[in-house]
Design a protein around this ligand. Structure first.
Ligand code: BG6
Ligand code: MG
Length: 230
């Protein structure tokens, strides 16, 4: 089987917004008396805003017992901080190697989708000047189940009408790699082997990504193709 589509995560893959999410949660944590360090942050990557808040709250030294309304307020507060941080994003903030990879995918006539858990995905993509660069966008508004559930990735493949095993997913989060694998797609991880041990193909950062390298690893992967069914 040849790959027919690439489905990219956004935050931490196309641009370094993963760092902005981290800084915003760190500040919210400080206001709540909870230390949000990089280890905890690995578990916040790829998951929804409210699930991230739950994970931050679970790290409190003493249970905080917030009402649903208070949780909404903290999640809104985090989003305001985040939106302030992404205001300055511009095309030069695309991560190294991403432009070349997107170009190679296009030149090879492969389909391209964005699969993000973020409700800010479209605005970030626009600020990066990439709104027209993808064929389809799946964001939190279109799915019932967030990563690590495979729905985000399955939704893109279903839209294209192609088999899951003909898709390559690119992710920087453990939740995202789990979602790609659960869909029976080929997972490309960006990050450390510690955090992303389940990735089928792993690079330390985006500058190491090449279409040739990914395709070679895809062809060498025998287990790709045990599709998940809802
Ligand atoms: C993901 C990020 O892309 O989007 C998570 O990796 C974030 O860290 C999630 O929580 C939701 O983002 P937003 O912008 O809707 O709060
Ligand atoms: Mg990410």
């Amino acid at each position: 089987m040849q790959p027919q589509a690439f489905i990219f995560d956004l935050d931490g893959v196309i641009t370094d917004t993963a760092e902005f999410h981290y800084l915003a949660w760190k500040q919210i944590g400080a206001e709540l008396g909870i230390e949000v360090d990089r280890k905890l942050n690995e578990r916040l990557k790829g998951v929804s805003r409210m699930e991230s808040l739950e994970r931050v709250l679970a790290a409190a030294p003493r249970p905080l017992d917030l009402s649903a309304g208070e949780k909404e307020q903290w999640a809104t507060q985090k989003n305001l901080l985040y939106q302030g941080l992404i205001e300055t994003i511009r095309p030069s903030d695309r991560l190294p190697g991403i432009d070349e990879l997107l170009k190679s995918i296009r030149n090879a006539d492969l389909l391209l989708a964005l699969g993000s858990a973020s409700r800010n995905a479209k605005v970030v993509l626009e600020r990066l000047g990439l709104a027209g660069a993808v064929d389809y966008i799946v964001d939190a508004g279109q799915i019932r189940f967030g990563k690590p559930h495979p729905e985000t990735f399955m939704n893109a493949a279903d839209y294209f009408g192609i088999p899951y095993e003909a898709c390559v997913g690119v992710e920087d989060s453990a939740a995202g790699i789990e979602a790609i694998n659960a869909a029976g797609m080929f997972s490309v991880g960006i990050g450390s082997p510690d955090a992303l041990r389940e990735a089928k193909y792993l690079v330390a950062d985006t500058s190491e990504l090449t279409l040739g390298g990914i395709l070679e690893a895809y062809r060498g992967d025998e287990d790709c193709g045990s599709p998940f069914r809802l």
